[in-house]
Design a binder for this molecule. Structure first.
Ligand code: UDP
Ligand code: MG
Length: 140
């Protein structure tokens, strides 16, 4: 049974390119509501913690460097079937494989600098939202 929240980040490439507003507009147009949002910048250590599940992967060190290279925008989103519908909206990890009209197809620069994050499960959506936002910083 899907819950109604997911978590996203506008990644450094999309923030730097000035695409934050356009991406948020696509997200709202798809029916998601913003329940918490802030601009911040991760340290390499915090990026490493966020992506700890990937620590054995060959791309982990580069990913932590990239994700701490500039500002990001962290966002908690609400919609029916949020996790699955958001993964559909953003498209495949590698923009070369992302479907037409998806956020990554339109905005991603590479498999690493792929514009946005999207949680992969309800459990991770909650963990990731809590990583960035205290109870007082989000709509409860
Ligand atoms: N990534 C990468 N190289 C790869 C696979 C992933 O640089 O071969 C990066 C990319 O930024 C991706 C993130 O690591 O979004 C997390 O990977 P995951 O497999 O969880 O992809 P996602 O869930 O973001 O689609
Ligand atoms: Mg993932």
């Amino acid at each position: 049974m899907a819950t109604n929240r997911t978590f996203t980040m506008i990644k450094p490439d999309a923030f730097e390119a000035g695409n934050t507003g356009a991406i948020l507009k696509m997200i709202e147009n798809a029916g998601f509501k913003i329940m918490a949002m802030k601009a911040t910048q991760l340290t390499p250590q915090l990026a490493g913690k966020f992506y700890e599940v990937h620590k054995e992967r060959p791309f982990y060190a580069d990913l932590c460097g990239y994700m701490s290279s500039g500002p990001i925008v962290a966002v908690i989103l609400e919609k029916d079937n949020a996790v699955e519908d958001f993964r559909t909206l953003i498209g495949a990890t590698n923009p070369a494989n992302a479907a037409d009209g998806t956020i990554r197809k339109i905005f991603a620069k590479s498999i690493e600098a792929n514009a946005v994050h999207g949680s992969d499960s309800d459990e991770n959506a909650a963990l990731e939202g809590n990583f960035f936002f205290s109870q007082a910083e989000r709509v409860s």
